[in-house]
Write a protein that binds this ligand. Structure first.
Ligand code: FE2
Ligand code: FE2
Length: 157
């Protein structure tokens, strides 16, 4: 586990809101917390490798799915999940944490191109891509092993 990554998201990990994500299933047997942590780490690594703002990628990745309902249960009035939840996550994140313009953009555009809001920053593209990569790994039941190997699984307990 990279200490710098953990430092970048320490404030978020210490919050009740982010810890609450452990209560929500996201993909198969993966919780929303595990998904967010995996996306945050992969985005951090990609941004670091490219010389981009890796802290913003880590923080935006950790907050990109900060919403508190089971998206698989349809509720009238909630809107289409694909387009609605990035804005919901931004509202939840903004009300709790000071966010940079890059971090706000990461959250609200992470569903592009399935949702119309297009990324404005290169770090937003990193998280948008890693979100999809991680979702595939989770649907193939490969992500938990990866989190253990990366030394990140203990944060998700
Ligand atoms: Fe999402
Ligand atoms: Fe996601």
């Amino acid at each position: 586990m990279e200490q710098e990554f953990v430092e970048d998201i320490r404030e978020l990990l210490a919050s009740d809101a982010v810890q609450r994500l452990k209560n929500y299933p996201h993909h198969k047997r993966v919780t929303r917390f595990e998904h967010s942590l995996y996306v945050a780490y992969r985005s951090y690594r990609l941004a670091k490798w490219l010389g981009w703002d890796s802290a913003a990628a880590a923080r935006g990745g950790m907050l990109h799915d900060l919403f508190f309902y089971d998206w698989r249960v349809k509720v009238p009035g909630r809107g289409w999940h694909v387009t609605a939840h990035p804005r919901q996550a931004l509202r939840e994140a903004q009300s709790r944490f000071p966010l940079s313009a890059v971090e706000r953009d990461i959250i609200v555009t992470h569903m592009w191109p399935l949702a119309p809001a297009r990324p404005h920053y290169r770090e937003s593209y990193a998280v948008m891509l890693m979100d999809k990569y991680c979702a595939v790994m989770e649907c193939l039941s490969l992500s938990k092993k990866k989190l253990r190997r990366l030394g990140l699984a203990k944060l998700a307990i």
